[in-house]
Design a binder for this molecule. Structure first.
Ligand SMILES: Nc1ncnc2c1ncn2[C@@H]1O[C@H](COP(=O)(O)OP(=O)(O)OP(=O)(O)O)[C@@H](O)[C@H]1O
Length: 243
């Protein structure tokens, strides 16, 4: 099969009069790590939700492994192999860390024992095995981010969508997150990650796609994108507005 793993084909999404995403097209090939970046309000979360199936597009198509999945709901896309994390961590705080990951593993392993085995394996991979029995509510913020990634990985995705998993982490914690993403790719999983902070994503990704005001501003190799005058000015403008 030669089709790219993911194809976003001329996708737009409006909220009333606001065009949050306008005529965006790009592809993600198997085995790539692609960064979806852009300043505040660029449309990153909206596009992410369109790919995950949490929102329907106003127009355009999403293709996965060459098949049109635009009409499929999020759980069906998950079964096809699109796994996602949530920007606002959605762990079940009173449940154990292991049981939180079992929730993801049940997607492919309907029998509880097999789902628990898979969940334990993923926790080990994500470096959370020592916390398996703790209530998820006791985890530190970086551990909660890891738990989000572990739960998505437990669904055994072909494409892992990461929504700002590095946000709020210290540089040392973010570095550990970067190492985890690299390890995920080594297992053959393709990664599309939304991040606001360019400094974190650029050294990690093979390609970056930059959104600004809902439209493509630039895409290509990280070094070229980071040097793009339009990208620099969009980010500088964002920083000026924030200060
Ligand atoms: N459910 C919604 N209803 C109305 N407007 C929305 C909705 N979701 C997003 N928007 C608007 O769409 C635009 C894009 O928002 P989006 O959250 O996708 O941007 P973003 O790039 O993810 O921003 P951030 O980095 O701040 O998370 C913004 O103007 C936002 O206010």
């Amino acid at each position: 099969m030669n089709a790219p793993l993911l194809q976003v084909d001329d996708v737009s999404r409006r909220f009333g009069g606001l065009a949050a995403v306008s005529n965006v097209s790009f592809e993600v090939g198997r085995g790539e790590i692609v960064g979806l970046i852009g300043p505040n309000g660029a449309g990153k979360s909206t596009l992410f939700n369109l790919i995950a199936g949490a929102l329907p597009p106003s127009s355009g198509r999403i293709l996965f492994e060459g098949e049109d999945v635009t009409a499929l709901a999020a759980p069906d896309r998950c079964r096809r192999g699109i796994g996602r994390t949530f920007q606002v961590v959605k762990s079940f705080d009173s449940m154990s860390v292991l049981d939180n990951v079992v929730v993801g593993a049940l997607v492919r392993h309907p029998h509880a024992a097999a789902a628990r085995r898979k969940a334990a394996e993923v926790l080990d991979f994500a470096g959370l095995a020592p916390r398996a029995a703790s209530p998820a509510g006791d985890l530190t913020p970086p551990e909660k981010r890891r738990l989000e990634v572990a739960r998505a990985l437990a669904t055994e995705p072909k494409l892992l969508l990461l929504d700002e998993v590095m946000t709020g982490l210290t540089p040392a914690e973010a570095q550990k997150g970067v190492e985890l993403v690299r390890k995920v790719r080594e297992t053959g999983v393709t990664v599309l990650m939304v991040e606001h902070v360019m400094e974190i994503v650029m050294p990690l990704v093979d390609r970056a796609f930059v959104l600004h005001l809902g439209r493509e501003l630039a895409h290509g190799k990280p070094a070229d994108v980071a040097a793009d005058p339009g990208v620099i000015s969009a980010y500088l403008g964002d920083r000026r507005r924030a200060s």
